[in-house]
Design a protein around this ligand. Structure first.
Ligand SMILES: [Zn+2]
Length: 139
């Protein structure tokens, strides 16, 4: 396989992946538009432990987003509200094979340790019941 053919197949594979992600996102949005908030799945971790995991409120956040309620979406899962556009940006960069943001920001968002630390901290802090941190719990 020559360099041109290899590059073309890589581009096609990336386009298929991004297209599948876009179709999945649009399908999920259409599904969430059709259901009532009470019909969403509860978090199994929360049901068992009574604690909020880092993902608690994610489905309700997405439900609020597709209904245009940004404030409610933020109140359900602020970390996911921050992560969602960053993940979309990372996917677009991978698809286009070129950076869309400054290198310094790129290094941070592509560092898995940053995501792990953010999720663990968020998971702990949103369960603390006092005023400066209680806003992180969903609802
Ligand atoms: Zn949860």
């Amino acid at each position: 396989m020559n360099a041109v053919a290899s590059r073309a197949s890589t581009f096609d594979m990336r386009t298929v992946v991004v297209g599948a992600a876009a179709v999945s996102a649009l399908s999920g949005a259409a599904l969430l538009r059709a259901v009532e908030p009470g019909a969403l799945w509860p978090c199994a971790f929360h049901a068992i432990t009574g604690l909020h995991c880092p993902g608690c409120g994610l489905t309700r956040m997405l439900h609020a987003l597709v209904h245009g309620d940004m404030a409610r979406a933020w109140s359900m899962n602020p970390l996911a509200m921050i992560a969602l556009p960053l993940l979309a940006m990372m996917l677009m960069q991978w698809w286009l094979a070129r950076p869309l943001v400054p290198a310094r920001l790129n290094r941070v968002v592509h560092d898995g340790r940053v995501w792990i630390v953010a999720m663990v901290l968020f998971g702990v802090l949103r369960n603390l019941p006092f005023a400066p941190l209680a806003w992180m719990a969903p609802g």
